[in-house]
Design a protein around this ligand. Sequence first.
Ligand code: NCD
Length: 308
Amino acid sequence: MQKIRHLIEPSDLTNLEIEQLVDLGLKIFDDPAQYAQKCRGKILASLFYEPSTRTKFSFDSAMLRLGGNIIGFADPDSTSDKKGESLTDTIRVISYYADIAVMRHPKEGAPLLASKQAEIPIINGGDGGHQHPTQTLTDLITIKRFKGSLKNHVVAFQGDLKYGRTVHSLIKTLARFDTKKFILISPPELRLPSSLKRQLLKNYPALAIEEVNHLSDVVTQIDILYCTRIQKERFFNEEDYLKLKNSYILDKAGISAAKADMIIMHPLPRVNEIAYEVDDDPRAIYFEQSKMGVYVRMALIMTLLGVA
Ligand code: NCD
């Protein structure tokens, strides 16, 4: 029997596999009709123990667009979780009912634990402040579409770099694709975890990483500006969140000196960190980014089910 492939973190994929997923996603985007029956008869279980709009619905949409079906829940209180069933028991049973599953969970490591018991591929749809590999694939397909290549960019991350799992997954992955420089823009309280920074510098000694407090100090250098929401649900107390929640609000004036071909990304949802006036700027591509999530997830489902 073929070994079951899971996607728990981006390092489960080689660079070649990532490029193949991105390229397949772009092919599907160009001609979705070609793929409309690829997963006919297959079932995706979407298991969301934490709120989600884009990740859940784009996975559901991806499976339906491939001709497959979906089962699942968006509220664990409607399941035996509420009665105290363990995650591992739940996943064993779901393995009998579906062919592939995506799971979001507030506890870091929960999808990894589930994958040890599962007889079907498990995809991590976000685990706590840890990793979010399919958002990374979404980000990469967007970068490829709008910048032509994954390589040699100056990439700035702004916002909650401490708790933002999308940042943690993307920065580790982009480092594998010859990123020219990372610029980290955050209040001192929300800096990128030092263990992650150390790991990046150890693995990529030539990598340039600059940490600043304000976008205005670096705006002219940036090719890709990746903004994030302050992750309210990860704070230990409300007071700390309130102090930091409006640390950055990107507005038109703030990007007036930026490159004409800089792209502004955001995994969404935005709360306050990008003013609505920025949406009209041609460099603002965050809604296109969420659109691309469907196509790269179609590519991922097909690949993990062995029908790509
Ligand atoms: C992100 C997440 O859940 O980590 N959302 C998403 O999947 N697009 C970002 C966030 O919630 O801030």
